[in-house]
Every structure is written in structure tokens, then in C-alpha cells.
Design a protein around this ligand. Sequence first.
Ligand SMILES: [Fe+2]
Length: 555
Amino acid sequence: MSKLTRRTLIKAMASTPVAASLSGCFWFPVKFEHGVASGDPTENSVIIWTRVTTDAPYMPVRWEVSRNRKFRRVAASGTVQTDGSRDFTVKVDVERLRPGKKYYFRFIANEVVSPVGETRTVRRRNINEVSLAVVSCSNYPAGYFNVYREIVSQHHQQPFDACLHLGDYIYEYGNGGYATEDAAELGRLPSKGTECITLDDYRKRYAQYRTDPDLKALHANMPMIAVWDDHEIANDTWRDGAENHQPDEGDFADRRAAAVMAWLEWLPVRENGDNASHIYRQVSYGDLASIYMLDTRVTARDEPLDYAAINPADPAQLSALLANAASPTRQLLGYEQKSWLTGALANSNAKWQVFGQQILMAKMQLPAPVLLALFGVLNATPEQLPAALQNMQLAIQDALLNPGSPQNQLKLPYNLDAWDGFMADREWLYATCKALGKDRIISLAGDTHNAWCSQLADVSGAPAGIEFATSSVSSPGIETYLPVPPEQVEQLRSSLVALIDELQWADISQRGFLRLTLTREKAQADRTLIDTVKSQTYSTQMMQLSSSDGQTLDT
Ligand SMILES: [Fe+2]
């Protein structure tokens, strides 16, 4: 951090409305420990963000935006005051910028200058290409953010327009909770050691994540467009509760409000003035792409269905569960979000309609005997495991050899927490796109910690879009939940692709991200897969898939 002279600062501040309040906080030391960030770019505006670390009761912070890295000419500037009521974060919606330009931004408080961030506005016309880094599920105790580092390094070779974060930006668990086994060894123990429940817990968790150099570098280099998933609140959050919320942890509504507040404070998102917890919004890249960032988690989601609540081997219980998953009264998006989305889709003249959202939209449905055998493996004791694994092998073999047998024709969704547990809303989305003449549909999904690509189809089997689902930044995937011996992982992967109708490709053992490049001609997903998050040295593997019509994959 460089220093301004006090004279320049006073000169800069003198014209601002808060100049008078400066004196009280003038000599408190200030640090910008959590870097800078930007987000939600439009043609003329972008959100810029920072946080000051200080013991002062409040702090005026000057912000500057320039086309020039040395800030020779300042394109926009101002001063805002922050304090403990917003955790000393600073968020400014910088307006009246020029379309399609790269901008630098920085903050100044008590003579201390923040690191410089880079961001860009959206071009106004002739947008022939948009390139987005798509990520989800960054778990600090689980490992290093090599994925973020790789994005920044690729950005310097071939720039991204923005990073789309599909949620699980933080994880709420305390020490000893999910994916913390290696945290001590990696020097990445969760903040405070305990699960996030209060506002202070969530704030401290964001502050910890934002000390990670790779995450800070990502934010300093490109705008982010973020939505939350469940772990910004608690595992498997729905409208009125969460799997990881217990009665002795207080009122869920209070916890949810605290989590939402910290998210809004710490993420560079443009807030909805009418209701800040309605985070669904549109990002437009002219007539090339409309991106709809959705909330499938908090606003309206009904309680997830769960195979664990029934005996799935009992046909009557099973069909009741599936009937519930398909019930037209079950809500994922909710009335308000759906009516907003219908209007936004109807108004879009873009070639590509992109849904940036949390959970898998594809029907991830397996023959019933295979799914039941898979549950057998998941629930097996160490003694039962060899037999359970053999049983799974046999079920897979039979399903591949006899796909038409009555038991294999019954297909069951493996995860009812995804769109598969809210089938009516999925059909509503497909039908709405179809009715509005939108035929190039891309679903982006996170949440599973593994990488998938599917050709989507509606209930009648008609093509409905393409899904590119990204692997996690660092959270462990199926390969860790399912105790399958390493030599059988590839066989399981290829069996899943063969058995799940919509699924065309999968990787079930590596972390990574995808670069989505949209042009007039095609939507291309370039995946970077990363072999380890347990060391800061890693190697990468690339994989490319694309679609020209938004319905089928190019071969
Ligand atoms: Fe996750």
C-alpha cells in the first residue's frame, strides 16, 4: 500500500460532504486487509468494494475510478462513510461510466491507499463474444484455492469478462465439520473454530476467506457476478429451515437474516432496493447473451424430499415420494421470481439465454436397482462394504446389458435436492422458454462438486437446452463420499454417463472451473480440471465441449 501526502488527501476530501466528519477519525490506523472487489457490471456502471480494518468508530473512505492504472485522470470519485453497522465494508455503485472499457479502482482512508483493482463495463453494441469463468463451492478448510489462481493466470493470457460464482462461496462448518480433516495441516482451520450462526460468525468467516491470496487476486482482476447456494447459510437450506440447523441454534429466520446480511456486506453485488434478499437478477451482454442469476435456495424453496425418510425398497413409499417430487404445488423458484423471469425472458432479444444457478437441472436418473445398490454402498459398514460394492457392480452390469427389463426401466433421480426434486418448476421453465421462442438455452450449475454436461429434455423428451455444470473450487466430490476403490472410479464414471439418459460427459474426481465462451456461432465450455487442492503445486487437464444450437452438443 502506498501513501498519499496528507495535503493531497485533505485537498481531495475538502470538496466532499463528509469532510467535516473527518477530524474525529483522522489518526486511527487503517489497513485494507481484505483487498478490493468489483461486480455486477452493466454498460455504464459497476459495483466496487473494499473493507477497512480500523479501531475508529467510523471511517470516511474516498473511492476513485480511472481508465489509467496510475490514476492520472480520475473518471469518477466520491467519498462514503462506513462503520461497524456494515462491518466496515464499502460498496459503491459507480455510475456514468463508458461502455466496454477497462477501469482501475482504489480506495483511500486516512492517507492509506488500497490495492488497485481492475474491472470492465459491458460493451454497448457489436458484442460478438463473451467469456465467463464459472465457479462454485470454494471451501477454505478443504484446500487451497488453486482454481482461483488458475483463473487469474488464464485471465492474463486471454481475459474473462467476469467470474460467475454459483454459490457456496463460504462454508458454515466449524472445526471437525464437513471437509475440515486436513484444515490443521494446511493451516486453514475455520474462523473462530465453530459453526457460523450469528452475524459476527458469518462476518468473520467472509473476512477469513478474503485473506486468501488467490481469492483476493481473483476479485482484484475481474468483476464477479455471484449468487448464493446453501452453505452461505447452512447445509441444504430451504425457505424455512436447513438440514444443518438445529433447534438449539436459535430461530432459523434470525440465522438466515444474519447470513444474508453478511453476504450482502461482503459480496460485490448490486442490491435489490425493494427486497435485498431477492438476489435473482439479469446481466445482459447486448443481443448476444442474457444471463439470469437465479435463487433456487432461499427465497421460495419448499423443504427438500429425502430417500432417507422412506424405505426406498417399498414400491408404495417410493411412488408416493416421486409423486411428491412431481407435484405442481411444489415450489423451487416461487411466484415472484417466476413472474420476474417470464418478463425478463420475454424482453430479451439475445441469442443465448443463460441460467446461472445453483443445482443440476438435468434429469440425473438411474435405473432403480443401481440407485438402491448405490445407497447400499453409501450406508455400508466397513464389514459390509465389499459385498455392497459387488452388489453395485452387478446392478450396473445388469442395467447396461438389460436396459429394457422392467426393474431397469424404472428410473429414479439420485438427488432430490436438485431440480429433480422440483420437477414441475423445471417443466415450467422449459415450457416458458419454448412459448417465448427461446431455443438456445444454457443452464450453468454448481453444488455437486463434480463436473457434468447434459443435453436437457422436457417431460415429453423434446430438447430443452444444454447444461454445463462446474466442479468445485475445493470441496470434495463423489469420489470422497462414495467409498469406491480408486481403480473403479473411471468405470463408475463411464457407467453413469451410459446409464443417465441426459448425461453426455462427467468428471467425478477433480476440482476445476469452466470458461464459457458465447459467440454468435456457439456456446463453448472449456474446462480446466485440477489434480489437487492439498498442495499449492498442481497440474491441470483441459476438456472442451460446445453446442451450436443450444439443444445438442457438437461432436
Ligand atoms: Fe458445495
